[in-house]
Design a binder for this molecule. Sequence first.
Ligand code: SF4
Length: 396
Amino acid sequence: MNIPTQSDKAGLYVHIPFCVRKCPYCDFYSTTDLSLKSRFLKALFAEMEMVSAEGLCFDTLYIGGGTPSVFEYDNVSQIVAAAHHHFDFQPFSEITIEVNPGTVSIEQLMGYQESGINRINIGVQSFDQKNLDFLGRIHTATEARNAMTHARRAGFKNIGLDLIYGLPDHSQTDWLEDLKQAVECDPTHLSCYMLTYEDGTPAYCDLQAGRIQALADDNVRRLFETTITYLQDHGYTQYEISNFARVGKDGKPQVSQHNLKYWTLVPYVGLGPSAHSFVEAQRCWNVSNVDDYIASIESGRMPIAEKERLSGGQQLIEAIYLGLRMTAGIDLIGFKAKYGLDFTKVFKEVLSDLEGQHYIEVKNNRCALTLQGRALLDSITSMFIEQDVFDAEAKS
Ligand code: SF4
């Protein structure tokens, strides 16, 4: 496959911590107290002033959440303008906003377009009303389709859709119908996420209490494989475990340049409650509470909850885990240059075991999972991590 364009420029992420209603499966930080919107905005602009991003040049801005579309377009336009004022952006940067079909209008989308946003990501999740009800979404399938049509009418050419599969009793037929409807919308990008039951969410409690039953692993795996083959047959290239991009006129898949930074360990700076930053092997994240975030900034303190510097071993683990998430796999020459290790020598036994089972392929100086291997990403990554090359600290 084509290897997605990789840039060493940094990405800026802005977390909008508001949602109209919490979806029962979601463990992202957000609050439904919309009365805090204007104080949050003020705090966000102050955080932009406080953050030091000296020496970093940015080529992506991602306004995510939460539900960014709870803000009117003039507020969003202020966020885009402030980001450009405080950070050094390249011309033609990718500027994305996530929208919820239940909170976005054509007027808003036209306003986003005018403010310089050039990529829209729509949280559709499903076109089937019973699935939307199970997921506790605030929008209908018709609103999801309308959001797509409105985004086009507003002038957006780069539009991504998010879908979720693996719901209880999710059949192959139902999932194929969702995929078919998504493809008919003709987005440039599709993210297909497997439903997970995260500790502390209402969906997790329902699962623990036996009120719902998770789909059997084999069925989830079949849906995952169906996704890959169906989307491939319809012009979408899988470039990351959950992400698919249509090939553009330049022959390259229209990947999310921003999300690519997370998987290729390129620096990113996160603003807003719970947002993470990663610069020069140091990771830090903000407090996951909008009141604490605002209070911290109003008293002149950075809203950072914790910081950690990754050890050499931890960096290796991340490089392997993230590299295997990408269908292009781990760049073995880059790996040796960065970590001083010959990947194929160090992991000779694991590799020969996995190659024997057709789960992994090493060719053209890259090591990548096969289609069957991608369904086993977590267990395969563990096989590498269990090797002796990692220091004790990294494994803990
Ligand atoms: S709208 Fe998105 S961020 Fe908000 S609760 Fe639902 S899934 Fe989570």
